[in-house]
Design a protein around this ligand. Structure first.
Ligand code: FES
Length: 115
C-alpha cells in the first residue's frame, strides 16, 4: 500500500488515500475515484492540463520511472521540465518534479501531489 496525499488550494484540506499494492492505475484515475478535483481534459498525455508536482515522502530514493515521449514533450512545452531533468530520468531513473497525472502510474511509495 502507498499513501497518496493530494494538496491544493482547491481542497479545503489535504486528502490522503491509499493505493493498493500492485495497482497499476494512473494518478488521475486514483484522484477521480476519490473525487479529488485535478483538472484534466484529454486523459491521453497530450494537453498538459493535469500537470502536478509530485514528491516522494518516504525519504528513500524515488523508484525508477520511465517517461513516455508524450509526457516529455508536453511537460517541456509547458516549461515544467528541463532538458537536464529529462536526461536524469532517462539515464539515472530520477523522476522529475512535475508529472502528468494521466500518465503517472502510482507505485508502492508514499507521495505528495500538489496541483
Ligand atoms: Fe491531458 Fe493529462 S489530461 S495530458
Amino acid at each position: 500500500m502507498a499513501d497518496v496525499t493530494f494538496t491544493s488550494p482547491a481542497l479545503p484540506k489535504d486528502v490522503t488515500v491509499y493505493a493498493v499494492a500492485g495497482d497499476t492505475r494512473t494518478l488521475l484515475s486514483v484522484a477521480k475515484e476519490h473525487k479529488v478535483p485535478i483538472h484534466f481534459e484529454c486523459e491521453n498525455g497530450e494537453c498538459g492540463s493535469c500537470a502536478c508536482e509530485v514528491s516522494v515522502l518516504t525519504g528513500k530514493t524515488p523508484l525508477g520511472i520511465s517517461l513516455t515521449e508524450k509526457e516529455k514533450t508536453v511537460l517541456k512545452l509547458a516549461g515544467k521540465i528541463t532538458s537536464q531533468q529529462i536526461e536524469d530520468a532517462e539515464v539515472r531513473d530520477l523522476p522529475p518534479p512535475w508529472r502528468l497525472a494521466c500518465q503517472f502510474i502510482v507505485r508502492h511509495e508514499d507521495i505528495l501531489v500538489k496541483f
